[in-house]
Design a protein around this ligand. Structure first.
Ligand code: NAD
Length: 380
């Protein structure tokens, strides 16, 4: 396996500053990279069954070479794993392995494993060292960076957790070769998001180079590095999301409502697909409010369609609740102040902003017009 020189992106957080290393073949040097930063430590590797089957042996060999003793905790794959029951399993596994505060919890998987293992690392012995080795595209460009960790409650997604920054993020772009194509596409939506927020030239680059990003050439690592730079800047500016880190939620308000409307049934809609539809809707909605040109909305839709992502509500298989019920999903997890909602809207590609006064009535009209029931009645 060829090992390209990794790209390093720094997340600047004072004495908690850490590196994100990005490159193909990095797994082979994970042991050395970790040992040089956290010498003399032992580790618990938390992973899921899919990732373990494809890549655990390679990681274990690498950790052994770096002289790091490991215990492995393998969990079932899927969103349901982000639960209290599995949190307890991870906590118990770390304690059973007799790890100390200075030892490491390594999250080796997608965003589910990263969020869960990071939460465990944040609370066991009041906070252990934490290393992220993200294996999904979504985790490499988004969830492994920034220190948001947590699990779901029966009352909603990501409602229980802590901020706990990793000491190192190792993104081996080669491990994405075993990621199912649908999951790769879902992660691509979060990658394109950075272009749409404030990097219009990156979005234009993706429009030209997305085939190579999917194929796994140097463009893949280049795109992931650009996304990590964007996220690192945002996190360094606003670690606890009191300001513009909220821009990262572009597409998420509509997307979360659609995920809730499909009861988080991954067979119908996975998170990144909800974000893709949500980003297209955020652009179309901004154009309806005369904030952005309809040409920009059409450009976003065309790119999502080109890469094979869903881009309109009608692309979700099966029946959906009506527009009023969709709005209820939006208002349920948002503070509605005098009928107004906070949304991430845009003035065009790369010009997203936080809008705090979006009338719920406008959202309802927009959802009604864009609901599949309406679209069946008019040709597109
Ligand atoms: N903390 C944050 O800032 C943040 C940001 C965005 C999303 N998230 C969270 O991330 C989660 C979604 O993450 P995800 O999309 O990575 O989901 P995931 O962890 O469920 O991974 C998706 C699927 O791909 C499989 N997989 C992962 N890597 C693989 C590989 N290399 N080869 C083969 N199969 C592989 C997994 O087993 C799983 O079946 C959600 O829970 C979401 O809330 C967190």
């Amino acid at each position: 396996m060829s090992i390209d020189a990794p790209v390093a992106v720094e997340v600047g957080l004072g004495d908690r500053t850490y590196d994100i290393l990005i490159g193909s073949g990095l797994l082979a040097r994970a042991g050395a990279e970790i040992a040089s930063r956290l010498p003399g430590t032992r580790a618990a590797v938390v992973t899921d069954a899919n990732v373990a089957a494809a890549h655990l042996a390679a990681l274990q060999a690498s950790l052994e070479t770096g002289g790091i003793q490991t215990a492995v905790i393998t969990l079932p794959p899927g969103e349901k794993t982000k639960s209290f029951a599995h949190l307890e399993e991870v906590v118990d596994g770390v304690l059973a392995a007799k790890l100390e505060r200075g030892d490491i919890v390594i999250a080796f998987g997608g965003g589910v494993i990263g969020d869960l293992a990071g939460f465990a690392a944040g609370i066991v012995r009041r906070g252990m060292n934490f290393v992220q080795i993200p294996t999904s595209l979504l985790a490499q460009v988004d969830s492994s960076v920034g220190g948001k960790t947590g699990i779901n409650s029966p009352r909603g997604k990501n409602l229980v957790g802590v901020f706990h920054q990793p000491k190192l993020v190792l993104a081996d772009t080669g491990v994405l070769d075993t990621l199912p194509i649908r999951e790769f596409r879902a992660g691509y939506a979060e990658l394109a998001k950075y272009g749409l927020i404030d990097r219009p030239e990156f979005f234009a680059w993706l429009e030209k180079n997305w085939v190579q990003v999917f194929a796994g050439g140097p463009e893949r690592a280049q795109a992931i590095a650009e996304a990590c730079r964007a996220k690192a800047e945002m996190v360094a500016r606003d670690e606890f999301e009191t300001g513009d880190r909220a821009l990262l939620n572009l597409g998420h308000t509509f997307g979360h409502a659609l995920e809730a409307a499909t009861q988080y049934d991954g067979a119908r809609l996975v998170h990144g697909e909800g974000v893709a539809i949500g980003m297209a809707l955020a652009h179309r909605f901004s154009s309806r409010l005369n904030l952005a040109s309809p040409d920009d909305a059409a450009r976003v839709e065309a790119h999502l369609r080109a890469v094979g992502l869903p881009w309109r509500i009608a692309d979700i298989p099966g029946d959906l609740p009506d527009a009023e019920a969709l709005l209820a999903f939006i208002t349920q997890d948002k503070k509605v102040s005098r009928g107004a909602l906070t949304f991430i809207l845009t003035r065009g590609i790369g010009q997203a902003f936080i809008a705090k006064d979006v009338p719920a009535s406008e959202v309802l009209s927009f959802l009604t017009e864009n609901h599949p029931d309406q679209q069946k009645m008019r040709p597109r």
